[in-house]
Ligand binder design. Structure first.
Ligand SMILES: NC(=O)c1ccc[n+]([C@@H]2O[C@H](COP(=O)([O-])OP(=O)(O)OC[C@H]3O[C@@H](n4cnc5c(N)ncnc54)[C@H](OP(=O)(O)O)[C@@H]3O)[C@@H](O)[C@H]2O)c1
Length: 349
């Protein structure tokens, strides 16, 4: 850890620590990142200027997409991480000092200034959220809304559909499978990378069938799980799973392309969907989507999600990593399949 402190003195108020940790990208990875691409630095908590707010981050999100932002030109609709700069990502924290009337000390806010224990910026960067919305503040970082818009907008889910979800034990997949069932899917099938995760899907998350994608050709496993074919594929992965889904898909099937884990976990270009003749023959729809295009559904989803939680009809699965210093290794472990559910890093509180 580099402990060179910035020269700015800290003078916020008694009780707020004078220093905090931040993580920078210090080398652009060739292939998959290694730990020496990251540097954790202790810096002084700066003074506030008028209009600014200081937030003590409680949790930050880890997302496989961060690996692509480290690489450089990712094709994602967001800026890459710059060398020498603090990385960014979704986080939730508590306002500990405010020089702007729109936010008060004690407010809970979400924002994009993760990868640091203290975030200071103009007030408009932070969005206040309801402290009582969820049992834990980390749940504001969940990917349920991603799953919801992927199913409802991109895949146009209909009651009675048979739905296949890849990386089904992960942050988005675990939500997508359960939401599909709650929205009327007749059969929900998941794939994951281990026997334990497969059992987790059917025993804890209510999937009707699940398989380990390492167990022989994905096409064969999917056909066994869906003898009557699939109508919707929620694609977190690409590669062989996408090709298998196209083959097993029914006429007028819909594919929502959410992620690219096959590429993210290998840092190699994906081979893509293969021969598109089946897409033509079966009149399939393949539609990429991003959460950012559908934020108007956030309030509707939040209300539904809280009601499902209250009824006990949905399971929210989360893995909590302790401390910013553990975050680089955890990001690498995340795409190696070490965790289930949404992975977050506890930064404070
Ligand atoms: N479109 C959007 O707006 C949006 C928003 C958020 C996230 N995303 C993207 O959606 C995808 C899922 O995100 P997430 O946070 O929910 O990730 P996640 O599923 O929690 O990601 C981690 C999992 O990826 C799986 N994995 C890694 N390499 C794989 C491979 N080659 N084949 C199959 N599975 C593999 C591992 O599970 P196993 O143990 O099962 O292998 C691992 O546990 C990512 O690509 C992410 O970037 C998109």
């Amino acid at each position: 850890m580099n402990s060179s402190l910035k020269s700015t003195p800290a003078s916020i108020r008694p009780g707020v620590p004078r220093t905090g940790l931040e993580a920078r990208l210090v080398a652009r990875p060739q292939g998959l990142p290694t730990l020496d691409c990251f540097e954790i630095t202790e810096v002084a908590v700066p003074d506030l200027a008028p209009g600014q707010v200081l937030v003590h981050n409680l949790f930050m999100s880890l997302d496989p997409g961060m690996l692509m932002l480290m690489e450089g030109e990712s094709g994602l609709p967001m800026p890459r991480y710059e060398l020498g700069e603090v990385m960014y990502g979704d986080a939730i924290g508590e306002v500990v000092a405010s020089a702007d009337p729109s936010l008060d000390e004690g407010d809970l806010v979400i924002h994009r200034l993760g990868w640091r224990e203290y975030a200071m910026a103009r007030a408009g960067v932070f969005r206040r959220v309801d402290k009582d919305a969820y049992p834990a503040p980390s749940m504001h970082l969940g990917f349920g809304l991603v799953a919801y818009v992927g199913l409802m907008n991109a895949a146009e889910l209909r009651p009675g559909d048979t739905v296949f979800v890849s990386s089904a034990a992960g942050a988005t997949g675990s939500m997508a499978g359960q939401i599909a069932r709650l929205k009327g899917a007749a059969r929900v099938i998941g794939s994951a990378g281990s026997r334990d995760k497969v059992a987790h899907l059917t025993e804890k998350l209510g999937f009707d069938a699940a398989f380990d994608y390492h167990d022989g050709p994905v096409h064969d496993r999917l056909r066994e799980a869906a003898p009557d074919g699939i109508d919707v594929y929620f694609d977190n992965v690409g590669g062989e799973q996408l090709r298998a889904a196209i083959e097993v898909m029914n006429v007028h099937g819909r594919i929502a392309v959410c992620g690219a884990l096959n590429r993210q976990s290998t840092a190699r270009p994906d081979e893509g969907p293969g021969d598109l003749l089946s897409v033509l023959g079966k009149r399939l729809t393949i539609r990429g989507f991003t959460l950012w295009d559908h934020l108007e559904r956030a309030a509707e989803f939040g209300a539904q999600f809280r009601s499902w939680l209250r009824e006990g009809s949905i399971v929210y699965d989360e893995t909590v990593i302790e401390g910013l210093a553990s975050a680089p290794q955890a990001l690498l472990d995340l795409v190696r399949g070490a965790y289930t559910g949404k992975t977050v890093v506890r930064l404070g509180g």
